[in-house]
Structures are given as C-alpha cells and as structure tokens.
Design a protein around this ligand. Structure first.
Ligand code: UD1
Ligand code: CA
Length: 454
C-alpha cells in the first residue's frame, strides 16, 4: 500500500427515519456486524492512518461503537444537519491536522471493499484534487449525476438541480469522495448552499476544485458494492449481497456448502479446509472452524471454536464460549455453552453442557444435563477424561466427576465422584406383583386391559 497518510471521514449523522427504528441506522447489522463496523473495517484495510466519524447530536451509542472498533478514532458531533459538506466540516479539527489523502464515506454504505477505496484514492497520488466514485444503478432517480468529459469529472449535479440533459446521465454519484489533503479544507470552506435544497453539498467540491485550476476525476464501482441502506428492505438486500460474497469466499477457501443459499455466515466466520456444511446452518458472530469439520443440517453456532475433525449435528446449538477439541462429536439436539470439550469426547444426543469442562474421550449419554444455574449463580461442572455418564443424568453443579468414573443411568449427582468410581444415584426399583390388576378391579374395571379391536 502507498506510504501516503490517509485521513478517513465517515459520515454517520443520518437520522435513518425510513428504518422506523429506535436504533440509529448505522448500528443496524449486516452479516452479524453493524454497518458502521463494516465501513470502518474497510477503511482500516485500505490503510487509514487516522479516522474521524461524524455523528448526530447526543449519539453516544454510535460514538461507543466507533471507539470499540477504532479506539483512537476522533468522534465529532454535527449539531445541525445542513448537508454533506457541512457534515465533513464538523470534522474540521481532524482536517486541520493535515493528511496526504482524505477519504469521505457514508456509514450507511456497508458493502464497499478496501480495493475500491484504493481505486478511488489512487488519482490523488497522480495529482488530482478530487475523485468521486460513480456507478450505474438500475434506477438513477434521486442520485447525483457525474458529468464527465473524457477522463475528467466536470461536475456532480444533484437531481433536484439537474437539467433534462444532465438527468439523462446514468453514471451516478455513490457518495464516496477522495480529496487531496492539501486542498481539502479550502475547497470545503468555499462550498455554499444556494441550491434547490438549501444544503451545503459535498458534491460542489468538483466544480470548486476545477475553478481553482485543479483536476477532478471519477472512479467506477459495481452497483452492488455502493448500494446505500435507507430502509429495512435495503438492509435485507445488502444482507443478501454480502451473504453471497461470504459464501463464495468460503467455497473458494475450500469449504463445501451443499446448499450455499441456505447457509448464513458472519463477516468474521472462519472456515478451514475440507469443511462440509450441510443445508440450513446459521453462523453467528465469533465462529472459527478447523479443517475437516462436518456440520450436519440445521445447526446454529455462535462464539464457538471447533478444532479439526469435529462433527456436529444435525440440530446442534453451540453457544458462546464453546471450544470443541479435535475429533469431538456433538449429536442431535445438543446445546453447549461456555464448555470446553476435549479431544475425542462424545455428546451424541439430547444434552445440555454449560459452564463445563469435559475431558478427552469422555462419553455423555443421551439426556445428560449439567444443572449449572440455581436462579442466582452459575456453577461449573468438571467431567474427567474417559468418564462415562449414563443416560438421563442430572449433574448438579458445582460438581466434579473423576477421570474414568462411571455414573449409572438416571442419576442425580449432587456430590463429587472420585476417579474410577461408580456412582449410582437413583431410587431402587420396587416391583409389586398383581398390584395393577387389583387396582383396576377396585375401580370396577375389567381385571385385565381391553383386547385391541379388529
Ligand atoms: C448524496 C449525494 C448524491 C449521491 C447520494 C448517494 C450530496 C449533496 N449528494 O445525496 O450525489 O448520489 O448521496 O447516496 O452529497 N449526512 C450527514 N449530515 C448531513 C447530511 C448528510 O451526516 O447534514 C450523511 C447522511 O447520514 C448520509 C450521507 O451523509 O449517510 C448522505 O446524505 P443524504 O442526505 O442521504 O444525501 P443524498 O441526498 O442521498
Ligand atoms: Ca441518501
């Protein structure tokens, strides 16, 4: 990447009225992360040296998300919403510190890739003062039009201010702009608001630069990449585009997705080689999958790390804090949470394993439940290597099952079991011969069950 310094200014002051939400628009999520996070991740990957984010008045929640992702970012408040140029100037203090390149982005354009930011920025190194990013939307209505002459960008005309001839242009302004740091402030300061909306338009930077004898150019992006999100419908469209991108990347990286369109990934999902993902699997945030893992149909994973050769599902739910070491098998209707399960252990049917550590090669029978919560606190269960837990056992935490120990079927285990011991914890079976026959007779029913009809 270039050694030119890069100041990124992200505009996130929009109200997002059309989202009909209590949450500010830029905190809505696509592929498991906020739109703001996507934009900041792209700018970081594109080599941002400094980051400034412009937020609406009192938007502490947006500021907190900025600091979570880029701790040294500067956050500025735009107190009045007077237009995109006005918004950029809210970050004046950051602009005054100077940078070779300045890149302006919208936080509601989450699909933009770092390569495209590089493409937009490249003309600055070649001497341009302004570069705008253009695309051809299916419907240009509402967008600013890029008026070009050869390679030169002559003007950006907002639709409300455009002539019939300019409206016929299909090459539209995506909204992202690169400005030469040396000229950015003086250009921005000269932008006025005598236009149809009475706003300070960032797009006027093009004509102002040209009037000062500087040059402006346009770069080109795919419509899918610069789609802005203004409504829940567009949020879902962005999700679909990003899911497709993530699925293609997963397959290119060596994972088999049997029915890719039914698998939902997060922006941070990591899949190893020769992973097989069957249909209808959902990956939440923080999942990392090693090589040769098989994920059967209908699994849901979040905050889980699976080492090589693990098999899970169908119908497994792995919750945050799950760590499955190599070769672990998790079967159907099993839920895990904050559980470290060591190599070769098996939890094959109908179990809940939470706040637990399970040693290597242990076997948890069908219906094993760690009773980790008493309504107030959470307690841990320790199961030693090679232990065998009989079917339908309740392990009441805090409790330790020793290495190689046996727990008999149907146990309620309330105290520790030593290594290699057998624990039986169920009431003894009582058999009373003829009791049922006498019971029925006493209630005036036939002494033996009715014969089946037919
Ligand atoms: C803007 C562009 C238009 C482009 C379109 C692409 C201008 C004048 N027009 O139009 O050429 O085709 O984006 O979507 O720039 N914002 C603030 N503070 C403000 C105003 C806007 O933070 O005072 C932020 C908004 O939150 C939004 C972005 O800037 O993220 C764009 O603002 P918006 O009002 O949606 O601009 P458009 O009219 O769509
Ligand atoms: Ca807009």
């Amino acid at each position: 990447m270039s050694d030119r310094s890069l100041l990124v200014v992200v505009l996130a002051a929009g109200e997002g009225t059309r989202m009909a939400s209590r949450l500010p628009k830029v905190l809505h999520k696509v592929a498991g992360r906020t739109m703001l996070h996507h934009v900041l991740a792209a700018t970081r990957a594109a080599g941002a040296t400094r980051t400034a984010v412009v937020v609406g008045p009192g938007r502490e929640d947006v500021a907190a998300e900025v600091r979570r992702i880029v701790p040294d970012a500067e956050v500025f408040e735009q107190t009045e919403r007077l237009g995109t140029a006005h918004a950029v100037l809210a970050a004046r203090a950051a602009l005054e510190k100077g940078a070779d390149d300045v890149l302006v982005l919208y936080a509601d354009t989450p699909l933009v890739r770092p390569e495209t930011l590089g493409l937009l920025r490249a003309p600055l190194a070649a001497g341009a003062a302004v570069a705008a990013l253009g695309f051809e939307p299916a419907d240009p209505t509402g967008y600013g039009r890029l008026v070009t002459r050869g390679d030169e960008l002559v003007a950006i005309r907002e639709e409300k201010d455009a002539s019939a001839e300019e409206k016929a242009v299909r090459f539209c302004n995506a909204g992202l702009m690169a400005l030469a740091g040396a000229h950015a402030l003086s250009i921005l300061e000269r932008i006025g608001n005598t236009n149809a909306k009475g706003e300070y338009y960032l797009t006027d930077a093009v004509e102002i630069a040209r009037a000062a004898g500087l040059s402006a150019v346009a770069a080109r992006a795919d419509a899918d990449e610069v789609a802005g999100v203004n409504s829940r419908v567009q949020l879902a469209e962005a999700e679909a585009i990003l899911q497709r991108r993530l699925r293609l990347a997963a397959m290119a990286g060596g994972a088999t997705l049997v029915a890719p369109e039914t698998v939902f990934l997060c922006a941070d999902t990591v899949l190893g080689r020769d992973v097989i993902v069957e249909p209808h699997v959902v990956f939440g945030p923080g999942v990392s999958i090693g090589d040769d893992v098989v994920i059967h149909a209908f699994c849901h994973l979040e905050g889980a790390r699976l080492e090589s050769g693990v098999t899970i599902g169908p119908y497994a739910r792995l919750r945050p804090g799950t760590q499955l070491d190599s070769g672990v098998r998790i079967g159907n209707f099993v839920e895990t949470k904050a559980a470290h399960i060591e190599s070769g252990a098996k939890v094959n049917h109908l179990s809940y394993v939470g706040d637990a550590h399970v040693g290597a090669d242990a076997n948890l029978g069908a219906g094993t439940i760690t009773c980790n919560y008493d309504g107030f606190g959470k307690y841990r269960t320790e199961i030693g290597a090679g232990a065998f837990i009989g079917v339908n056992s309740a392990l009441v935490a805090p409790v330790t099952i020793g290495k190689g120990a046996f727990v008999g079927t149907g146990a309620v285990i309330t105290s520790d079991v030593p290594d290699d011991a057998l624990a039986i914890a169920r009431s003894r079976q009582v058999v009373k011969e003829g009791w049922a026959r006498e019971f029925r007779a006493a209630r005036g029913k036939s002494p033996s069950p009715a014969k089946p009809k037919g």
